[in-house]
Ligand binder design. Structure first.
Ligand code: KG4
Ligand code: ZN
Length: 342
């Protein structure tokens, strides 16, 4: 123990294609946030290759932890607990970060705190705005998840809606590939969309009849692919910018529509966004405007806290830690871990 009343957590994240470590004090003060991305390697294959991801995490994890400690001007003796993502994610990738976390916690005889990856994304908002406190509603939009969550209290989550098929980021990545923009698609679609007309093509967004706040993006993705195939068969040239802008608008309409419905129903006064897709400025501006019209406070993390990072895991681990969560050496990676479940 450091002997101070401050809790200093070393956090590790390795659920997908970023190897990350951070040192966070009391869940809100980030002393370091080191991210080693594998994007250039996976770009060669057009998407994340799980086996390669695991191997690269093994190569990078020790160095990334060392860098995070050095940047934070901290030694392991000053660390009170280790926070680590244990799901959801790629099992091999998760196991690397989890094993590193267990080894350090065991060697230093300090607590191990397992964190849900989506809880981490949500908690990025606590770092961005040190005054934000629950309850609030959060839209988590990433490459693997699209969740509308009621954050009732620290560590207490109620899932109001989720995607039935593709995640929002996944749809961005697939559409980017179809119009030849490459991986990772989200940021590239956003740039391309700036040159296009968001109302040029009317792409349908499926409504989910039996789940008021659920999302579905696979129909939209198919509509874009059909549009491109149809144009090619007729020998027509396609306008990539109009496709990107119209697709992005359809995603935004679906996300904003469900979010506003939920805000009305639950009488929400604070609304936050999180996850990789939350760094999309057009989406964030649309949500901010819609929130302002309802007098709802809007929160969104900086892009570095939207993407996968370990500072957000450190924030989530802190609130789990002060709630008394301690994990044993039997903590396992759970690829399909559900938010709010242990
Ligand atoms: O949260 P994240 O870094 O990793 C996961 O937990 O999945 O999210 C990555 C996803 C990718 O699908 C990427 O294309 C998307 O976020 N993304 C974006 C933008 N930046 C990243 N999507 C739309 N617009 C962006 N600017
Ligand atoms: Zn993520």
């Amino acid at each position: 123990m450091t002997g101070s009343d401050k809790v200093r957590i070393l956090a590790i994240e390795s659920s997908c294609d970023e190897t990350a470590a951070a040192v966070v004090v009391n869940g809100r003060e980030v002393l370091s946030n080191v991210i080693s991305t594998q994007i250039p390697i996976h770009t060669l294959y057009g998407g994340v290759v799980p086996e390669i991801a695991s191997r690269k995490h093994i190569e990078r994890v020790n160095q990334v932890v060392k860098e995070a400690l050095k940047e934070a001007n901290t030694t392991l003796d000053e660390i009170d607990a280790i926070g680590v993502t244990y799901g959801p994610g790629l099992v091999g990738a998760l196991l690397v970060g989890l094993s590193a976390a267990k080894a350090i916690a065991w060697a230093k005889d300090i607590p191990l705190v397992g964190v849900h990856h989506i809880e981490g994304h949500i908690c990025a908002n606590y770092i961005e705005d040190i005054h934000l406190e629950p309850p609030f509603m959060c839209l988590v939009v990433s490459g693997g998840h699209t969740h509308l969550v009621n954050v009732a209290d620290y560590g207490k989550y109620e899932i109001l809606g989720r995607t039935r098929d593709d995640a929002a980021g996944e749809a961005f990545d697939k559409v980017a590939r179809a119009i030849g923009l490459g991986y990772p698609g989200g940021p590239k679609v956003e740039v391309k969309a700036k040159e296009g007309n968001p109302h040029a093509i009317k792409f349908p967004v499926a409504k989910v009849d039996d789940g008021v706040y659920d999302f579905s993006f696979s129909g939209l993705k198919s509509a874009v692919l059909n549009y491109i195939n149809g144009a090619q068969m007729k020998g027509e040239t396609i306008n990539e910018a109009d496709i990107a802008a119209s697709f992005q608008q359809a995603v935004i309409d679906a996300l904003v529509g469900n979010a506003m419905k939920a805000i009305d129903e639950y009488g929400t006064t604070k609304f936050a966004i999180a996850g990789g897709v939350a760094s999309n400025k057009t989406l964030s501006a649309a949500l901010e405007k819609a929130c302002q019209e309802k007098g709802v406070e809007f929160y969104h993390p900086a892009p570095i806290l939207c993407t996968d990072n370990a500072a957000m895991i450190g924030a989530a681990a802190y609130y789990e830690y002060i709630n008394g969560r301690r994990d044993g050496w039997d903590l396992n990676a759970i690829p399909n871990l559900v938010l709010g479940e242990r």
